[in-house]
Design a protein around this ligand. Sequence first.
Ligand code: ATP
Ligand code: MG
Length: 439
Amino acid sequence: MAEINRAVKGTNDILPNNVHKWQFVESKMLDTARLFGFSEIRVPVFEHTEVFKRSVGDTTDVVQKEMYTFDDKGGRSITLRPELTAGVIRSVLENGLTNGPLPLKVCYVGGCYRYEKPQAGRLREFHQFGVECIGAAEPNADAELISLAKQVLNNIGIQRIALEINSIGCPECRKNYQQALKDYFKANLDSLCDTCKDRLERNPMRILDCKSPVCKDICKNAPVVIDYLCEECENHFSAVKKHLDAAGIEYTINPHIVRGLDYYTRTVFEFVSGDIGAQSTVCGGGRYDGLISQMGGKPTPSLGFAMGIERLMMVLESQNAVLPTAAMPDLYIASMSENASLKATALCHKLREDGFSVQTDISARGLKAQMKFANKIGAKYSMVLGDQELDDNKARLKNMQSGEENEINLDNLSDALLSALNQEALNTLTDTISKEQLF
Ligand code: ATP
Ligand code: MG
């Protein structure tokens, strides 16, 4: 039973000493999305398999090879979500949200599950932040979505990041393109990997997303979809670019982006980092005008993107980004007797009600060990309660950094702690300002 001590391969724990970074990043994501009118939606971690596997002809790696699918005890085929878009659309349709004002803008943060070969930046459980904008056909919707992704990346402190865009057209203009691709790949048939040989008839565009080095090499000279766009798709794409230019958002056109899921149409885009090795795409998205009707809704032009939070964390780390530090306790109350411990309980209860982060001894330690603990957890202030302090109703509030102590009345502890913390914050601020002036 060695497994009892080991996380499942490809999964990570987010530990208490790291979680504040995740909280910071996730709250920036949701706050930024809110500025663009997106509200959070929370959907189940698992769905009926059909939500993700919509057609038997689906040729994507995600659906064909990577899904965690099992039968539950009722004999239903269940799949852990490999992404959130399909589940979100299922929920939107089931709850009639498209009957309300459109466009409907929703965003999410959550875990995704894919049976992939674990490596740096590729996990079996990972987390995505994503958004879906439902019921918007115009090219400025595409630009707005990209602008949101860009601002999210900026707001969490990502420095160097490249935006690559492409258009993969609509099913109509893709017909000619698929034929051109088939002709091209047929000429290279023998060198393609077995999976791609199979893809050739069913969906040759998927070959363009193959990770095998040989197929990748063959793809370099393959015809590009952008040369096969119909007039409407062409116009749509040039308008997207105009809107991006208007917002001053830099991009390059990468005609090789096709994205890993089958439902995309027209605009597709990725944000790519040069700082984290092979798994370099931190955000992928685009338009999926056909998905909602595929899922049983009225045709509704829509678009979205998803970011891999683990990969973003890797970028932040490799760029030495300054993230907020974990919040430390405001006060540690040490106690030296049974009565002092009772008083500590009462004071802690009151202080926490007032919004302070306070800890006291709950392990029956001696004073020395209590103070050592206060130090270890980084308490900003400490206070020792003994029988004398209880008699006087007074104690000394100690600044753990400077060692400075001030006598306070226990009835005024909240006020005294608040003004001490404020003074401390002010000192840090003036310190930073005067340091900045030095340089
Ligand atoms: P890739 O080409 O790297 O496999 P993908 O096209 O499968 O990515 P999407 O389905 O578009 O990725 O998911 C959006 C984002 O989620 C990706 O850009 C990436 O940042 C992240 N992501 C996808 N799969 C994983 C994974 N297995 N582990 C960690 N992050 C992932
Ligand atoms: Mg993938």
